[in-house]
Design a protein around this ligand. Structure first.
Ligand code: ADP
Ligand code: MG
Ligand code: MG
Length: 200
């Protein structure tokens, strides 16, 4: 991340556009193994963050991330809101001083761990965490943005073969196998959007 303020507003806009363009797809994935609202939930959250982009622009990056997280908790709802919210809030709390990309290496593992605790979940349980762990691993290896995005996409596709152990999809048991997890899909999509943005 560049950590410069005009970049954050542009990034927020790019994420909002990506989620809006894929909201129906995310809902379709959620209809197959959940309650069909994941795209709607994420779109609502992204619109709320987008509406605050000027205020977010005026904050230091760490405070902006925390605030984005709180907005996501309040607006996304469902299971995904508190999980994405925890990710951003923890990232913000741990990103103090230094260059944004150095801070990311420090903050991301702690934030992903906080998401796992919040969801009482771990890798291989067919959730957005499967993508977050893949992203974390590439970030720690200091891989370039394109590699991080590719790993996120692969991790999301990897959830197709998994049996859901958490969230609504877990009620389906074996019938959840063969479908991509919607949260993993949105997480890979956002990762791809962020990586493209910072890779330019
Ligand atoms: P809801 O299931 O409440 O309707 P969403 O549809 O917005 O919420 O989000 C569903 C996504 O949240 C799932 O696809 C999964 O990735 C993620 N999720 C649900 N429960 C958990 C959990 N306990 N741990 C991690 N991720 C979870
Ligand atoms: Mg849902
Ligand atoms: Mg729901």
């Amino acid at each position: 991340m560049h950590g410069d303020r005009s970049t954050l507003a542009g990034l927020i806009e790019a994420c909002r556009e990506a989620i809006a363009a894929n909201a129906e797809h995310l809902c379709a994935l959620d209809r197959a193994i959940g309650d069909g609202d994941h795209g709607t939930n994420m779109k609502r959250g992204c619109e709320a963050v987008y509406a605050e982009r000027d205020e977010l622009d005026a904050l230091p990056l760490a405070r902006a991330l925390e605030r984005i997280g709180m907005t996501l908790v309040m607006t996304v709802g469902g299971a995904a809101g508190p999980l994405y919210g925890t990710l951003l809030i923890e990232m913000g709390r741990r990103m103090e001083g230094g260059r944004a990309c150095d801070m990311l290496v420090h903050a991301l593992p702690a934030a992903v761990d906080a998401v796992a605790r919040r969801g009482r979940s771990q890798a291989g349980e067919k959730t957005l965490l499967d993508v977050l762990y893949a992203v974390q691993s590439e970030v720690l290896k200091q891989e370039p943005p394109a590699r991080i995005a590719a790993a996120a996409g692969m991790a999301a596709r990897g959830t197709i073969a998994m049996k859901a152990m958490r969230g609504r999809a877990a009620f389906l048991g074996d019938r959840s196998i063969g479908h991509m997890d919607p949260g993993a899909c949105s997480c890979a999509l956002l990762t791809d959007t962020i990586c493209r943005y910072i890779g330019e």
